[in-house]
Structure formats: structure tokens, C-alpha cells
Design a protein around this ligand. Structure first.
Ligand code: 5GP
Length: 194
């Protein structure tokens, strides 16, 4: 997606050869106009898939997912990273090792909001090693709902998550696939190469 890739080139901060900081428009401050464009793009790609619900992970997945949910006219559910006292009955859980925090979290969703007849689109801000995506997909399956596909705002293709998930037959729509962050430069991959 051109506008997103241009924004990353302009405002993304390369913290190391593996970590990109996009706090100015996605992970801290949020650019609502760009989020709207992202929502339209995901909605276009999943328009014909009969999606009934979107699932993401708090907090950075919420903004792009919200705009997609609005476009597809479906509810958005976000998994929580911390157990809430108000979440107790029929809780769905998965363990997720966090790439950025280097710790394991248990993510939870109330069974109230995912049903057997749901067709679920999972969205996240970044795809690195694929652990967050796997945890979210586990939760969809635990609910007995159907997992349809994965929408990723920024995929770091040089890490192994995308390949591992594609090898499992998972459909991934990736709006800004990054081939490398080496030499202080963001180099994008073509979607056809994924
Ligand atoms: P994974 O589970 O695929 O290894 O990592 C995905 C999660 O880690 C995302 O939900 C995202 O929050 C975080 N993440 C992974 N890589 C990056 C990165 O380069 N920059 C930022 N800002 N977050 C990342």
C-alpha cells in the first residue's frame, strides 16, 4: 500500500536491523486518515469472504482493526494482554511470546464475543516471528469459529513468521512487507515475492 510505505519511509525510525519504530502514526500517536486508508484496503481485500468479526490484540492492533471493522460493518474484538477481573466466564486463552518485550503473556478473550458461526479476520500491526498471530488464531479455533485470514499492517519478511504461517496454508494480506532494515534503510519487498 503506497501511502503506508511512504509514511514508513518518511517517519519510521530504524532502531536496529530487526526493529522498526512507528510511534508517530501507529504505535503511540495515531494518524486517523492513514488508518482509514488501511481499513479501506483490508476491507477491499476481504470483501468477499463473509467476515462477521475482526479479532486483534491490544493496543496497537486496535486502530487499523477499528477502521477495517467500520468498512466491513462488523464488530471488532480485541484480545487483552492482562487478565481482567471482569473476564471470568468462558474465557479463551493463548500463550504469546512477545518479540518486543521478550516475555510470555497470556492473552484472553471472553467466549461471549466469538461464536461457532463467526468467520473471523485477524489483524495485527506487525508480523515478526508470528507468535501474536498464532495466539490469536488459536483463540478463534478454541471458540469453534472459522479463521479466514490474517491482515498485517507491517510485515518484517526477514523474520520467519510470515513464511511459517504461509507454509501452514494461512492467507496473509500484508500492506507493507519489509525485506530488510539493514544499512539504516527500509527496503520493501513486492507482495508477489511473499
Ligand atoms: P510476533 O509475534 O510476530 O513475533 O511479533 C508481533 C508483535 O510484536 C506485534 O504485535 C507488535 O506489537 C510487536 N512487534 C514486532 N516487531 C516489531 C517492530 O519492529 N516494531 C514494533 N513497533 N513492534 C513490533
Amino acid at each position: 500500500m503506497k501511502a503506508l510505505q511512504e509514511k514508513i519511509e518518511k517517519e519510521g525510525v530504524i532502531l536496529s536491523e530487526t526493529v522498526l519504530k512507528v510511534n508517530s502514526f501507529l504505535n503511540h500517536q495515531i494518524d486517523p486518515f492513514l488508518m482509514q486508508e488501511i481499513g479501506k484496503e483490508f476491507a477491499k481485500r476481504f470483501q468477499k469472504d463473509g467476515i462477521t468479526k475482526i479479532l486483534t490484540l491490544e493496543s496497537s492492533g486496535i486502530a487499523p482493526s477499528m477502521m477495517t471493522a467500520l468498512e466491513l460493518n462488523v464488530p471488532l474484538v480485541f484480545a487483552r494482554k492482562k487478565k481482567s477481573l471482569t473476564l471470568n466466564e468462558g474465557v479463551l486463552t493463548a500463550k504469546v511470546y512477545s518479540f518486543t518485550k521478550q516475555e510470555e503473556n497470556e492473552i484472553t478473550v471472553s467466549g461471549e464475543f466469538l461464536h461457532k458461526d463467526d468467520r473471523v479476520l485477524v489483524i495485527d500491526d506487525f508480523l515478526a516471528n508470528g507468535q501474536a498471530a498464532l495466539g490469536l488464531i488459536d483463540i478463534v479455533r478454541e471458540a469453534g469459529a472459522e479463521f479466514v485470514g490474517l491482515g498485517i499492517v507491517i510485515e518484517k519478511v526477514f523474520q520467519n513468521g510470515g513464511q511459517m504461517l504461509r507454509e501452514k496454508g494461512i492467507r496473509i494480506e500484508s500492506l507493507a512487507p519489509i525485506r530488510s532494515l539493514e544499512n539504516g534503510e527500509v527496503s520493501f519487498a513486492k507482495e508477489e515475492e511473499l
